[in-house]
Design a protein. Structure first.
Length: 677
C-alpha cells in the first residue's frame, strides 16, 4: 500500500469512529469513550488531512466550521412548502379537532396520534442528497427561506452524512433548532459581563445565533436540532407511520424527541398534554405546547391540507408565558438588609392564567440594560413558578412623554440616604433597623419557621404591629401581652392567647437558630450552625476577630466582616441583651464530636454531566463528607454543582441566588475537604 492509500484507509476508519462517537454522545446520550479519546481521534484525523489535503471531504467531521463569512444569506425555494400548525388552547378545542377528523375518516374507530413537545425554536429544513447534507434553510414565509447551510453544519446534532446506507437518494429532514435553557442563561451571563446585548429568551437567542454571517459565531453557540418530520423524499421508501419515520431518522443520525409517544384517541392526547405540562419546568429546553399528529400516513394523505396547515395535526398550546403591557410606574422596595429593589408597576395583564401587575426590575444595571422608561410598552414574562420579569421594551411603542426612571437618593420608607457600595450594583438604605421597612423585614425573618419559629406571627401581623408601634425592635415581641393584642388587632381573644403562647414557647431555642434569626448579612442557616459549633457560646462569637472568624468552615472575609460589624453595633448589643433578658435561651452547645464531618447539615444538588467521575461517585464523596445530596433545588439548597447539560435546576439555583460551582471548582473543594479531614 502506498502512503496515500494507507492514509486513505485510516482516514475512513477515523471518520467512521468519530461519527459514531458523535452520534452516541449527541443523539443516543450514551457516550462510549471519554472526551479525551474523541479529541485524540479528531486530532489524528486533522493531522492526516493536513498531510494529505486531497483526502479532505466536505462531510469530514473536521469540516463543520467554514472559515469564510458570507456577505448575505441567499434565498432558497423550498421543495415542498413548510406549513404551520393549527392551534388548540383548550381540551374542548382538541376534542373538536378529533371530532372533525372522525367525520372525515368514518371507518376509523379510534385515531392513533403521535405526540411530541412543541419546541420553542426555529424551524429548519435540511436537504440530503445521496446521504450528504447539501443545504440547510430557514422556514421563511413557508415557500422561500434563507440558506443557512454554513451555520447548520456547525450543529453537532445535525449529521453531515447519514448513517447506514438504506436512505432515500433525496431526503429533506425538518425539525427545530433550539438553545437549551442552561446554555441560554450562560450566554446571557457572558453577554452581561462583556457588556454586549443579551437575549430576551432562548428562542430569540437561537434565531440570533442562526442569523450570523460568520459560522464561527454560530459554532460557539449551544444549539441543538431535534428532527420532527420528513419534507420530501425520493428514491427510497419510508415507514408508513409517523412515529416509525422518526425512529428511522434516529437511525440515520438525527436526534428525535425523547418525549415521543403514540397514544390512542383524544383521551390519550389529553393525558399526554398534562403529563408534559407537569414535566415542562424540568425539561432542559423550552416548549410552548405539544403537537399531535395522526400517526398513519395513509390517513394523513386522506385528510390533506387546509390553506397553510395540515388537517391531520394540531398544536395544543400552553397558556402564553409572555405578554405585552404598559409600565405605569416604578416603586422602590426596601429589603431586610436595606437593599433597594425597583419594582415595575404594570397595567394588569393576564400571563399564563395569572394576572400580573408587578414585576421585578432587579437593580440599576438591569434598568439600564433594558433601557426602560415609565410609559413604555414592555414584554413581561412569567415562566413556571418564577417571579415575573420585564424582558424587553417595545421601543416602537414608546410614547413621547415617556419618563426616565429616577433612582431615589433617599430611602422611600425612612429619611436616610441611599448608597451604592463601589463593588456592587445594589443600592442600599443606610439606616439599618431604624428604617421601618428594614425593621419589618428583619422581624419577619426573626419570626420565620427556620429562625425563632413563632407560629401565628405572620407577615401581615408583623406589619400591623410595627405600623401601630407595638413593636420597635425584635425584643419587643417578648413584651406583647394578650389583652392589648386582642383589642388592637381584632384577633379575638383565643388567637391572641395562642399567639402569646407561641411567643413564649419560642424562647426555648437553639444557638444556631438564634444566630440565624438575628439576620446578620450573609449568615444563613448553615453558617449559623458552623458558628455555633465553633464558638459554642454567643459571648465567644461576639468577641471574635475577623481573623478568628475565618477559621470557621465556609466563613470568608466578607461574612467575617459582617459578623464583627453586627456584633459591635451598640444598637444590636442592646437588642441581644434585651432578648436574653426577656428569657430567650438555648441548651449549652456541646463541642461537636471530633470526627464531625465537614459538610454536616449541608444540602447539595448535582446536575448536568461530570467528566471526571460519575454522578454516583460524586454523590458518594459528598455523603462521606457529611453532606445531604438531593435531587431538586430549593431555598434550602446550599450549593449546586452544575456540569454541561444542566437545565432547569441551574436556572432555579440562579433565580434563588444559590451558589453554583462547575466541576473544577467542585473537585478542588472536595479534594481540600478530604485532605483536611
Ligand atoms: S410539525 C406540518 N412538530 O411549530 C407540520 N412542528 O406552528 C409542521 N414546531 O413552524 C410542523 N415543534 O417549527 C412540528 N414537534 C413539532 C414541532 C413543531 C415545534 C414548530 C415548527 C412550526 C411551528 C408550527
Amino acid at each position: 500500500m502506498s502512503p496515500l492509500e494507507k492514509a486513505q484507509a485510516r482516514v475512513r476508519e477515523l471518520r467512521e469512529q468519530i461519527n459514531e462517537h458523535n452520534y452516541r454522545y449527541h443523539v443516543l446520550d450514551d457516550p462510549e469513550v471519554p472526551d479525551a479519546e474523541y479529541d485524540r481521534l479528531t486530532q489524528e484525523l486533522q493531522a492526516l488531512e493536513a498531510d494529505f489535503p486531497s483526502l479532505v471531504t466536505s462531510d469530514s467531521p473536521t469540516q463543520r466550521v467554514g472559515d469564510t463569512p458570507l456577505d448575505a444569506f441567499t434565498q432558497v425555494k423550498h421543495k415542498a412548502p413548510m406549513l404551520s400548525l393549527e392551534n388548540a388552547f383548550s381540551d374542548q378545542e382538541l376534542e373538536a379537532f378529533d371530532q372533525r377528523l372522525h367525520e372525515r375518516l368514518d371507518d376509523v374507530a379510534e385515531i392513533e396520534y403521535a405526540c411530541e413537545p412543541k419546541y420553542d425554536g426555529i424551524a429548519v429544513s435540511l436537504l440530503y442528497e445521496n446521504g450528504k447534507l447539501t443545504r440547510g434553510a430557514t422556514r421563511g414565509d413557508g415557500a422561500t427561506g434563507e440558506d443557512i447551510t454554513q451555520n447548520v453544519r456547525t450543529i453537532n446534532t445535525i449529521p453531515l452524512s447519514l448513517r447506514g446506507d438504506r436512505f432515500p437518494a433525496l431526503l429533506e429532514v425538518r425539525g427545530e433548532i433550539y438553545m437549551p435553557k442552561a446554555g441560554f442563561e450562560k450566554l446571557n451571563i457572558q453577554a452581561l459581563s462583556e457588556g454586549t446585548k443579551t437575549f430576551a429568551n432562548p428562542r430569540n437567542a437561537a434565531a440570533g445565533s442562526l442569523r450570523q454571517l460568520d459560522p464561527k459565531i454560530t459554532e460557539a453557540r449551544p444549539l441543538i436540532m431535534c428532527a420532527y418530520s420528513v419534507g420530501v423524499s425520493d428514491g427510497g421508501s419510508l415507514p408508513d407511520k409517523h412515529a416509525d419515520i422518526l425512529q428511522q431518522l434516529r437511525d440515520w443520525g438525527f436526534l428525535i424527541s425523547e418525549q415521543l409517544a403514540v397514544v390512542s384517541g383524544v383521551l390519550g392526547c389529553v393525558e399526554y398534554y398534562s403529563g408534559i405540562a407537569e414535566k415542562r419546568n424540568g425539561l432542559a429546553y423550552e416548549i410552548d405546547g405539544v403537537v399531535f399528529k395522526v400517526n398513519r400516513l395513509d390517513l394523513q394523505q386522506q385528510l390533506g391540507f387546509v390553506s397553510r396547515a395540515p388537517r391531520w395535526a394540531i398544536a395544543r398550546k400552553f397558556p402564553a408565558q409572555e405578554e405585552m403591557t404598559v409600565l405605569n410606574d416604578v416603586e422602590f422596595q426596601v429589603g431586610r438588609t436595606g437593599a433597594i429593589t425597583p419594582v415595575a408597576k404594570l397595567e394588569p395583564v393576564l400571563v399564563g392564567g395569572v394576572t400580573i401587575s408587578n414585576a421585578s426590575l432587579h437593580n440599576k444595571d438591569e434598568i439600564a440594560r433594558l433601557g426602560v422608561k415609565i410609559g413604555d410598552t414592555v414584554i413581561v414574562r412569567r415562566a413556571g413558578d418564577v417571579i415575573p420579569k420585564v424582558v424587553k421594551v417595545v421601543t416602537s411603542r414608546r410614547p413621547e412623554d415617556a419618563e426616565e426612571i429616577q433612582f431615589p437618593r433617599i430611602c422611600p420608607v425612612c429619611p436616610a440616604a441611599i448608597e451604592i457600595p463601589e463593588d456592587e450594583s445594589i443600592a442600599r438604605c443606610t439606616a439599618g433597623l431604624s428604617c421601618g421597612a428594614q425593621l419589618k423585614e428583619s422581624i419577619k425573618h426573626f419570626c420565620s419557621r427556620q429562625a425563632m419559629d413563632i407560629e401565628g406571627l405572620g407577615d401581615k401581623l408583623v406589619e400591623q404591629f410595627v405600623d401601630q408601634k407595638l413593636i420597635k425592635s425584635v425584643a419587643d415581641i417578648y413584651s406583647l401581652e394578650a389583652e392589648p393584642v386582642a383589642r388592637l388587632e381584632r384577633l379575638g381573644e383565643k388567637s391572641a392567647a395562642n399567639l402569646v403562647a407561641a411567643i413564649e414557647k419560642s424562647k426555648n431555642t437553639t444557638l444556631p437558630r438564634f444566630l440565624y434569626a438575628l439576620g446578620i448579612r450573609e449568615v444563613g442557616q448553615a453558617t449559623a450552625l458552623a458558628l455555633a459549633n465553633y464558638f459554642l457560646t454567643l459571648e465567644l462569637l461576639a468577641e471574635a476577630s475577623e481573623e478568628e472568624l475565618q477559621n470557621v468552615p465556609d466563613v470568608g472575609p466578607v461574612v467575617a466582616k459582617n459578623i464583627v460589624e453586627f456584633m459591635h453595633s451598640s444598637n444590636n448589643k442592646a437588642v441581644i441583651s434585651a432578648l436574653l433578658k426577656a428569657g430567650v435561651k438555648w441548651p449549652k452547645v456541646e463541642p461537636p464530636e471530633v470526627d464531625q464531618l465537614p459538610l454536616d447539615g449541608q444540602t447539595i444538588v448535582l446536575t448536568g454531566t461530570l467528566n471526571s467521575m460519575s454522578r454516583d461517585d460524586a454523590k458518594a464523596r459528598l455523603v462521606a463528607l457529611g453532606a445531604k445530596v438531593v435531587g431538586s433545588v430549593s431555598a434550602k439548597t446550599d450549593k449546586v454543582v452544575a456540569g454541561p447539560g444542566a437545565g432547569s435546576k441551574l436556572v432555579k439555583a440562579q433565580d434563588l441566588g444559590i451558589e453554583v460551582v462547575d466541576e473544577d471548582a467542585f473537585l478542588a473543594w472536595v479534594d481540600e475537604l478530604e485532605a483536611a479531614h
